[in-house]
Design a protein around this ligand. Sequence first.
Ligand code: NAD
Length: 495
Amino acid sequence: MTYDLPDGQLFIGGAWETGSGAEITSIYPADGSVNRVFRGASRADGERAIARALAAQADPAWRGLKPHERARILHRIADGIEANAARIAYIQTRDTGKSLRETSALVASAAGTFRYVAAALETLDDTMTVPRGDYLTLSVHEPLGLVAAITPWNSPIASDAQKVAPALAAGNAVLLKPASWSPLVSLELARIIEEAGLPKGLFSVLPGAGREVGNLLVEHTSIAKVSFTGGTSTGRTLARQAAEKLMPVSLELGGKSPTIVFEDADQTLAIAGILFGIFSSSGQSCIAGSRLFVQRSIYDSFVARLVEATKALRVGDPFDPETQVAPLIHADHRASVSAMVEAAVADGATLLCGGKAPTGGIYDAGTYYMPTILADVTNDALICREEVFGPVLVVMPFDDEADVIAQSNDNVYGLACGIWTRDFPRAYRMARAITSGTAWINTYKQFSISTPFGGEKDAGIGREKGREGIRAYMAQKALYVDLTGRPHPWARMED
Ligand code: NAD
């Protein structure tokens, strides 16, 4: 089943308009065919979206609604996503090359995010605090105003929803800037949000160059917060600019997450979890388990089994339900993955499998890359320190808990980790000792929208998801209400 792709009109403050920025070419990575060519958003388009958002935000039609009233629209957005699930998954597969199996799961998760946020919104209480005089003290929450959401290309519908749903729920206007390699699914989300009846002007989708329209959103004085997901170096640039404006930012950045297998682990479960952790989404995942540590006593046999299982993975057409590893997003990205693998091998790493693009048949036109495992590296090698963002795993032995904790933490990132052992107290000790925003025990890459997610160290600042995820888009205000009805004694008005 095929569907029409969005036509490339931008959604600028409630109006569908042709962009005036640089040309964007959306490519289907499985065969290199062109999905759409259209003009992205320029700075002028961004300025227009901001002006419309300011006007919409000044009107209480959204921010003045009671939480349960805003929730009604959020539920309608979730309904719209669910009703169009097959179409959105199709668009995202065309846009990113991700397998339909994966994009279908991402679409379901996006609908779930809107539904969760709608429900959670009604549970957020303002609080009456303890006074120190004859007045009531309240701590209340208000919308920030205009929020910019900047997202990467790897899981657009899910990362869009993770920002747009709580930011809208909090009563804000939202300007979404998706990545230029994956603009179409965010435009489809705009159509669904428009149809759900969100008041006009509150939402914009501005695909375009990061340095142009992205930069405008970060620097503009009317933008009260930027919620960013993307690479660490871009995040660092944004944080510097935000510091100039004293603007809050939330940053979901890169990772080089360790997965640890102890000698007592259930090896079949561990292998399945490791394969899923690194090779699903072709490794284009911030939380990919890309550094594997295996206890020395089982290292040789375990790695041999892992390599056999990796060689059996099905690399293929994203629309084939049997496909496990689909193409990478873009030829440029594949070239960068391939260059990192070649450099590692030149530095002495041993290639256990993969390390090249498959050839023949469908593979020749697409940006495929074989699931790759590298060994005989130490944790300080470049390939163990830098995020590859592709289907590339490095394996290393370790001796004991202290050794693997030290090696795991010896990395600039702190996004996630995986621990495989039957010894629960040990698993718990490890999970607490490793610096990471998420720790998975005997599982990997599982998510719940109600569980806050984020990174430590260079993996980011702040948390998304959970009830507090809505608060991240609100300003807290202290409110004092006099109960005496008398002038302040300092003024001596009663003398
Ligand atoms: P990227 O940093 O190149 O781009 C991310 C977004 O920022 C894009 O929309 C881009 O156009 C925009 N951008 C770029 N320069 C900008 C600037 N100067 N000002 C404003 N916006 C700008 O990242 P990418 O290549 O699209 O995505 C891959 C990266 O995202 C990886 O490092 C991955 O780990 C990370 N990521 C993190 C998470 C997480 O939750 N921690 C999730 C997914 C991806």
